[in-house]
Design a protein around this ligand. Sequence first.
Ligand code: NAD
Length: 486
Amino acid sequence: MFDDHHSPLPERLSDQGLLPGRGDFPAEGRLAVRDPATGGLVAQVAISDANGARAAVNAAQTAFPAWAAMLPQHRADILHRWHALIVGAKEDLARIMVAEQGKPISEARGEIDYAASFVQFYAEEALRPNIEGVTSHLPDAEMELWREPVGVAALVTPWNFPCAMITRKAAAALGAGCTVVIHPSAETPLSALALAVLAQRAGFPSGVVNTVIGDAATIVGEWTADARVRALSFTGSTEVGRLLYRQSADTVKRLVMELGGHAPFIVFPSADLDRAVAEAVKAKFATSGQDCLGANRFYIHRDVYDDFCTRFTAAVERLTLAPGMQDADLGPLVHDRQVAKQVAHVQDAVAHGARILTGGEVAADLGPLFFKPTVLADVTDEAAIMREETFGPVAALSPFDTEEEVVARANASEYGLIAYVHSQDPRRIYRVSRALQYGMVAVNRTKVTGAPIPFGGMKQSGLGREGARQGLEAFTEIKYVCRDWA
Ligand code: NAD
């Protein structure tokens, strides 16, 4: 099954059943999974068609009443077992992820920890009270609000965080008492299948967790049209999000949309520049730049602009690029469309007057999907990179003069996921944090996400929140009960 020469996967993974063997599924065809570092074949996965998608909803619908009625403590026990199994399989899951997604192995291990943290969080959250009292406005009446699971939830996820995007949705839905049908990206089906195997071992009853691999438009189209699917939680591009939003209208589904981002990274003159440079490197180059939280536009105050450009470029030139198992700072991009986007954004920015301070091209000696970490200076607002998601290792730097100007430029975007601000002036930090139209504002640091915080964006970066108590909302309905004992 594996091409041993190319693949970082040890044979024992298939012995442990974490990877699909031949004939595990009714084959309607096969999907080739390739290692982005080498182009080598990692595995062939059996795929389903519309019938498979419908069968998954049938199974989820049949399993729903018993799962919803199960004592929360028992649901929590199963989630805790899933968490322990994910943590126990961390190294194997990380290697599967490197093989199909390409990210450096340390980042893959970190993602497994992050993915597991959602399962643990929602195992605990499942135990919180799901009944609230209401102060009566009617004589003799007694009122309560009951939170109830909505039913079958469809979860559709991208390739950049192949495990965490699944657990962030699935743990919340399952903890709330929903059953789920999951469609992962065609680039990263193996991580999804491995999580499904671990879910089965954790003891989720048959039909509660269903993972379906196949043509996205066919599988997800079947689910958006199916009235039995009561919630759709999607993470991916704004373009596909809009399409699924429209498709969900006819059956009025509850929606969570975690869509694209175009994060501004703003450095004011009072900022600690060493820190701002170090955090800028993280904000741009983590996950090889393929991160919805990745900084796309760097607005640097003119007083510190030249200094920042010099220091940031020096830091970027120290970054290493190699296949994921060599654990460099960056790995390959996931597919050739990602490379084409980097090339197009660099060329367009240069045509609009930008200078390339470092990088700007494919590292051809490593392979066609390795793009050099790149810094562009003097990028003008007319360049496409200042509006469109680059989703890769290209940083666009531009100077600004006033707070008012930079807030207006930062907000002049259809996206509103996260904004980064560096300053040591508390009043400025407060004003700017208030003025930015973003779902998350990170001040003097880059890493701000985690299971206990509500993750999500404003404007066309999405709808709803994931993580935290708020992550349960799309998977639950409020039922108002008013009782009169007379
Ligand atoms: P994508 O929109 O192409 O695909 C996401 C998912 O949708 C995949 O499962 C894919 O199979 C499915 N899909 C694609 N076309 C479809 C169609 N016509 N009908 C139904 N389903 C379809 O996104 P991607 O390239 O996998 O991921 C990158 C995007 O995801 C970026 O825009 C990034 O910002 C976004 N993202 C957002 C977050 C967040 O939390 N906001 C997190 C990670 C990634």
